[in-house]
Design a protein around this ligand. Sequence first.
Ligand SMILES: *[C@@H]1O[C@H](CO)[C@@H](O)[C@H](O)[C@H]1NC(C)=O
Length: 256
Amino acid sequence: MERSVHFLLLCSIFILNVGADSVVNNPIILSEDNWSNMLEGEWMVEFMAPWCPACRGFTSTWEDFAKSGGAKGISVAVVDVTENPGLSGRFLVTALPTLYHVKDGVFRQYLGGRKEQDLHEFIEEKKWESVDEISWWLAPSTPQMSVVSLFFKAAMGIRAFYNVMTEEYGIPEWGCYLIFALVTIAAGLILGLIIVCCCDLVFPTKYPPRHYQQPGHEGVDGGEESDLIDDTKSPEADGDISQTRQRKPFKPDEQS
Ligand SMILES: *[C@@H]1O[C@H](CO)[C@@H](O)[C@H](O)[C@H]1NC(C)=O
Protein backbone atom coordinates (compact mmCIF):
# COMPACT_ATOMS: atom_id res chain seq x y z
CA MET A 1 0.00 0.00 0.00
CA GLU A 2 2.68 2.42 1.07
CA ARG A 3 4.75 1.43 -1.88
CA SER A 4 2.05 2.16 -4.37
CA VAL A 5 1.55 5.59 -2.77
CA HIS A 6 5.28 6.25 -3.15
CA PHE A 7 5.15 5.05 -6.70
CA LEU A 8 2.22 7.35 -7.45
CA LEU A 9 4.03 10.28 -5.86
CA LEU A 10 7.13 9.60 -7.92
CA CYS A 11 5.04 9.32 -11.02
CA SER A 12 3.25 12.57 -10.40
CA ILE A 13 6.52 14.39 -9.69
CA PHE A 14 7.93 12.98 -12.89
CA ILE A 15 4.84 14.08 -14.89
CA LEU A 16 4.89 17.54 -13.31
CA ASN A 17 8.56 17.95 -14.21
CA VAL A 18 7.99 16.89 -17.79
CA GLY A 19 5.02 19.25 -17.95
CA ALA A 20 7.07 22.16 -16.64
CA ASP A 21 9.91 21.40 -19.04
CA SER A 22 7.63 21.28 -22.05
CA VAL A 23 6.10 24.65 -21.10
CA VAL A 24 9.58 26.21 -21.05
CA ASN A 25 10.94 24.49 -24.09
CA ASN A 26 8.24 24.12 -26.64
CA PRO A 27 6.36 26.81 -28.47
CA ILE A 28 3.19 27.77 -26.59
CA ILE A 29 0.12 26.54 -28.40
CA LEU A 30 -2.47 29.25 -28.91
CA SER A 31 -6.04 28.76 -30.07
CA GLU A 32 -9.18 30.81 -30.72
CA ASP A 33 -9.96 30.79 -27.01
CA ASN A 34 -6.64 31.94 -25.63
CA TRP A 35 -4.89 33.84 -28.45
CA SER A 36 -5.45 37.08 -26.53
CA ASN A 37 -2.69 35.95 -24.13
CA MET A 38 -0.32 37.44 -26.68
CA LEU A 39 -1.64 40.94 -26.03
CA GLU A 40 0.52 41.14 -22.91
CA GLY A 41 4.29 41.09 -23.01
CA GLU A 42 6.48 40.27 -25.97
CA TRP A 43 5.60 37.41 -28.27
CA MET A 44 6.73 35.79 -31.47
CA VAL A 45 3.88 33.83 -33.02
CA GLU A 46 4.01 31.40 -35.90
CA PHE A 47 0.93 30.59 -37.96
CA MET A 48 1.31 27.19 -39.53
CA ALA A 49 -0.56 24.18 -40.84
CA PRO A 50 0.51 20.57 -40.50
CA TRP A 51 0.15 19.95 -44.26
CA CYS A 52 2.43 22.80 -45.29
CA PRO A 53 5.95 21.59 -46.23
CA ALA A 54 7.57 25.00 -45.55
CA CYS A 55 6.13 24.88 -42.02
CA ARG A 56 7.49 21.41 -41.40
CA GLY A 57 10.92 22.54 -42.53
CA PHE A 58 10.71 25.47 -40.14
CA THR A 59 9.50 23.51 -37.08
CA SER A 60 12.90 22.64 -35.64
CA THR A 61 14.15 26.24 -36.03
CA TRP A 62 11.07 27.49 -34.25
CA GLU A 63 11.43 24.95 -31.44
CA ASP A 64 15.08 25.89 -30.92
CA PHE A 65 14.12 29.53 -30.94
CA ALA A 66 11.40 28.81 -28.36
CA LYS A 67 13.95 27.12 -26.07
CA SER A 68 16.13 30.20 -25.88
CA GLY A 69 13.20 32.60 -26.11
CA GLY A 70 12.14 31.98 -22.53
CA ALA A 71 15.51 33.19 -21.26
CA LYS A 72 15.12 36.43 -23.16
CA GLY A 73 11.70 37.04 -21.65
CA ILE A 74 9.75 36.57 -24.83
CA SER A 75 7.04 34.01 -25.41
CA VAL A 76 7.27 31.92 -28.55
CA ALA A 77 3.95 30.57 -29.71
CA VAL A 78 2.45 28.59 -32.52
CA VAL A 79 -1.06 28.67 -34.02
CA ASP A 80 -2.41 25.85 -36.15
CA VAL A 81 -4.62 27.60 -38.70
CA THR A 82 -6.41 24.40 -39.68
CA GLU A 83 -7.74 24.14 -36.14
CA ASN A 84 -8.26 27.90 -35.74
CA PRO A 85 -9.61 29.27 -39.03
CA GLY A 86 -10.92 32.31 -37.17
CA LEU A 87 -7.39 33.28 -36.23
CA SER A 88 -6.14 33.00 -39.79
CA GLY A 89 -8.86 35.49 -40.69
CA ARG A 90 -8.14 37.75 -37.77
CA PHE A 91 -4.44 37.90 -38.62
CA LEU A 92 -5.04 37.89 -42.39
CA VAL A 93 -2.71 34.96 -42.85
CA THR A 94 -2.23 34.50 -46.59
CA ALA A 95 1.04 32.57 -46.61
CA LEU A 96 2.38 29.81 -44.41
CA PRO A 97 4.26 30.00 -42.18
CA THR A 98 3.48 33.59 -41.21
CA LEU A 99 5.36 35.08 -38.27
CA TYR A 100 4.18 37.91 -36.09
CA HIS A 101 5.98 39.92 -33.48
CA VAL A 102 3.65 41.23 -30.78
CA LYS A 103 4.72 43.58 -28.06
CA ASP A 104 2.17 44.98 -25.63
CA GLY A 105 -0.64 44.58 -28.12
CA VAL A 106 1.25 46.12 -31.05
CA PHE A 107 1.45 43.75 -34.01
CA ARG A 108 4.22 43.59 -36.57
CA GLN A 109 4.71 41.02 -39.25
CA TYR A 110 8.12 39.39 -39.28
CA LEU A 111 9.44 39.28 -42.82
CA GLY A 112 13.11 38.65 -42.05
CA GLY A 113 15.24 35.60 -42.65
CA ARG A 114 14.12 32.16 -41.53
CA LYS A 115 17.32 31.19 -39.73
CA GLU A 116 17.40 31.00 -35.95
CA GLN A 117 20.14 33.63 -35.96
CA ASP A 118 17.90 36.08 -37.86
CA LEU A 119 15.17 35.59 -35.29
CA HIS A 120 17.54 36.21 -32.39
CA GLU A 121 18.87 39.39 -33.99
CA PHE A 122 15.35 40.59 -34.64
CA ILE A 123 14.67 40.44 -30.88
CA GLU A 124 18.07 41.27 -29.41
CA GLU A 125 18.87 44.19 -31.70
CA LYS A 126 15.23 45.34 -31.53
CA LYS A 127 15.02 45.25 -35.29
CA TRP A 128 11.26 45.11 -34.93
CA GLU A 129 11.34 48.80 -34.07
CA SER A 130 12.02 49.64 -37.72
CA VAL A 131 9.13 47.47 -38.95
CA ASP A 132 5.80 49.21 -39.55
CA GLU A 133 3.07 48.27 -37.12
CA ILE A 134 -0.06 46.65 -38.48
CA SER A 135 -2.30 49.65 -39.09
CA TRP A 136 -5.03 50.21 -36.54
CA TRP A 137 -7.87 49.23 -38.86
CA LEU A 138 -6.29 45.82 -39.54
CA ALA A 139 -4.95 45.15 -36.05
CA PRO A 140 -6.06 41.66 -34.98
CA SER A 141 -7.43 42.86 -31.65
CA THR A 142 -10.00 45.25 -33.16
CA PRO A 143 -13.74 44.53 -33.38
CA GLN A 144 -13.75 44.66 -37.18
CA MET A 145 -11.17 41.88 -37.30
CA SER A 146 -13.36 39.90 -34.92
CA VAL A 147 -16.06 40.15 -37.59
CA VAL A 148 -13.61 38.97 -40.27
CA SER A 149 -12.69 36.13 -37.94
CA LEU A 150 -16.37 35.18 -37.67
CA PHE A 151 -16.65 35.09 -41.47
CA PHE A 152 -13.67 32.76 -41.69
CA LYS A 153 -15.18 30.51 -39.07
CA ALA A 154 -18.50 30.53 -40.91
CA ALA A 155 -16.75 29.68 -44.18
CA MET A 156 -15.00 26.74 -42.56
CA GLY A 157 -18.27 25.67 -40.97
CA ILE A 158 -20.00 25.68 -44.36
CA ARG A 159 -17.14 23.69 -45.83
CA ALA A 160 -17.36 21.13 -43.07
CA PHE A 161 -21.12 20.92 -43.63
CA TYR A 162 -20.53 20.41 -47.36
CA ASN A 163 -18.09 17.59 -46.63
CA VAL A 164 -20.56 15.89 -44.30
CA MET A 165 -23.33 16.15 -46.89
CA THR A 166 -21.25 14.79 -49.79
CA GLU A 167 -19.28 12.17 -47.90
CA GLU A 168 -21.65 10.90 -45.21
CA TYR A 169 -25.04 11.45 -46.81
CA GLY A 170 -23.88 10.90 -50.40
CA ILE A 171 -25.68 13.97 -51.72
CA PRO A 172 -24.30 14.80 -55.21
CA GLU A 173 -22.43 18.05 -55.74
CA TRP A 174 -25.22 19.74 -57.68
CA GLY A 175 -27.60 18.83 -54.86
CA CYS A 176 -25.34 20.63 -52.39
CA TYR A 177 -25.18 23.70 -54.59
CA LEU A 178 -28.95 23.66 -54.91
CA ILE A 179 -29.33 23.43 -51.13
CA PHE A 180 -26.81 26.26 -50.63
CA ALA A 181 -28.60 28.41 -53.22
CA LEU A 182 -31.97 27.86 -51.54
CA VAL A 183 -30.55 28.50 -48.08
CA THR A 184 -28.86 31.69 -49.36
CA ILE A 185 -32.09 32.98 -50.88
CA ALA A 186 -34.07 32.10 -47.77
CA ALA A 187 -31.48 33.74 -45.52
CA GLY A 188 -31.53 36.84 -47.74
CA LEU A 189 -35.31 37.05 -47.53
CA ILE A 190 -35.34 36.58 -43.76
CA LEU A 191 -32.54 39.13 -43.26
CA GLY A 192 -34.34 41.61 -45.51
CA LEU A 193 -37.54 41.12 -43.56
CA ILE A 194 -35.73 41.62 -40.26
CA ILE A 195 -34.05 44.80 -41.53
CA VAL A 196 -37.35 46.21 -42.78
CA CYS A 197 -39.02 45.40 -39.44
CA CYS A 198 -36.16 46.99 -37.49
CA CYS A 199 -36.28 50.12 -39.65
CA ASP A 200 -40.01 50.30 -39.14
CA LEU A 201 -39.58 50.03 -35.38
CA VAL A 202 -36.86 52.67 -35.22
CA PHE A 203 -38.29 55.05 -37.82
CA PRO A 204 -42.02 54.34 -37.84
CA THR A 205 -43.66 55.39 -41.12
CA LYS A 206 -45.94 58.30 -40.34
CA TYR A 207 -48.42 60.00 -42.58
CA PRO A 208 -48.78 63.32 -40.83
CA PRO A 209 -51.73 65.44 -41.91
CA ARG A 210 -50.57 68.32 -44.07
CA HIS A 211 -51.38 71.56 -42.39
CA TYR A 212 -50.36 74.94 -43.64
CA GLN A 213 -49.68 77.77 -41.29
CA GLN A 214 -50.81 80.53 -43.61
CA PRO A 215 -54.49 81.20 -43.27
CA GLY A 216 -56.35 81.23 -46.54
CA HIS A 217 -54.21 78.59 -48.20
CA GLU A 218 -55.95 75.57 -46.82
CA GLY A 219 -58.04 73.61 -49.22
CA VAL A 220 -57.11 75.88 -52.11
CA ASP A 221 -53.72 74.75 -53.25
CA GLY A 222 -52.05 71.36 -53.62
CA GLY A 223 -49.05 70.66 -51.44
CA GLU A 224 -46.19 71.57 -53.75
CA GLU A 225 -47.88 74.55 -55.27
CA SER A 226 -48.56 76.15 -51.93
CA ASP A 227 -44.95 75.61 -50.90
CA LEU A 228 -43.81 77.56 -53.91
CA ILE A 229 -46.20 80.33 -53.15
CA ASP A 230 -44.93 80.51 -49.60
CA ASP A 231 -41.45 81.28 -50.95
CA THR A 232 -42.46 84.00 -53.32
CA LYS A 233 -44.83 85.42 -50.84
CA SER A 234 -42.37 86.06 -48.04
CA PRO A 235 -41.12 89.49 -49.27
CA GLU A 236 -44.67 90.84 -49.27
CA ALA A 237 -45.52 89.30 -45.94
CA ASP A 238 -49.02 90.65 -45.79
CA GLY A 239 -50.73 87.32 -46.38
CA ASP A 240 -53.33 88.67 -48.77
CA ILE A 241 -55.17 85.83 -50.44
CA SER A 242 -56.08 87.63 -53.63
CA GLN A 243 -52.48 88.70 -54.25
CA THR A 244 -51.06 85.24 -53.90
CA ARG A 245 -53.69 83.88 -56.17
CA GLN A 246 -52.90 86.48 -58.77
CA ARG A 247 -49.25 85.53 -58.70
CA LYS A 248 -49.98 81.98 -59.60
CA PRO A 249 -50.11 82.35 -63.40
CA PHE A 250 -46.70 84.12 -63.36
CA LYS A 251 -44.97 81.22 -61.77
CA PRO A 252 -44.12 79.19 -64.90
CA ASP A 253 -42.40 82.32 -66.29
CA GLU A 254 -40.34 82.76 -63.15
CA GLN A 255 -39.23 79.16 -63.23
CA SER A 256 -38.21 79.06 -66.91
C1 LIG B 1 -4.66 27.43 -25.48
O1 LIG B 1 -5.66 26.50 -25.86
C2 LIG B 1 -5.13 25.32 -26.48
C3 LIG B 1 -6.29 24.49 -26.97
O2 LIG B 1 -7.36 24.48 -26.10
C4 LIG B 1 -4.24 24.57 -25.48
O3 LIG B 1 -3.72 23.43 -26.06
C5 LIG B 1 -3.12 25.50 -25.05
O4 LIG B 1 -2.33 24.89 -24.08
C6 LIG B 1 -3.67 26.81 -24.52
N1 LIG B 1 -2.56 27.71 -24.32
C7 LIG B 1 -2.45 28.51 -23.25
C8 LIG B 1 -1.28 29.39 -23.20
O5 LIG B 1 -3.29 28.52 -22.36
